[in-house]
Design a protein around this ligand. Structure first.
Ligand SMILES: [Zn+2]
Length: 130
């Protein structure tokens, strides 16, 4: 009888161990998820800070600033070419493709396709976040 009691005790304690392991696993999974979310949140904040810093320092000759400006210009050029291929024009404010002949962007309402160049056109503001 003693043998069966010991066996039963060890089965119960093994069961408890498994339950605790499973709990640790779910705790680990939950923590892993929270860590991933926190990292994404931090990256979003870094990104927002970088954008803010860029917009305040875009005239500086720093290599990082210059490379972002060059990349943005390439991006806008590609968007203009895409708009051209699709038979429209690119809104310089939000990047949307507007049908040829439109006067205003259907997405943001900015004036588009005018024959007069907008003097203070600011291609780096209002980046479309799709
Ligand atoms: Zn627009």
């Amino acid at each position: 009888m003693d043998f069966f009691n010991k066996l039963s005790d060890s089965i119960v304690s093994a069961g408890k161990e498994v339950t605790e392991k499973a709990k640790d696993m779910t705790d680990a999974g939950r923590l892993q998820y929270d860590i991933s979310k926190k990292k994404a949140d931090i990256n979003d904040k870094y990104r927002a800070l970088g954008k803010k810093y860029y917009s305040e320092h875009r005239d500086e000759k720093d290599d990082s600033i210059v490379s972002i400006t060059a990349a943005l210009e390439e991006l806008h050029d590609m968007e203009r070419r895409l708009a051209d291929v699709k038979g429209g024009i690119r809104c310089d404010k939000c990047g949307a493709i507007v049908p040829n002949g439109s006067s205003f962007c259907g997405k943001c309402g900015a004036k588009v396709g005018n024959i007069f160049e907008d003097e203070d056109e600011d291609i780096f503001d209002g980046e479309a976040e799709e």
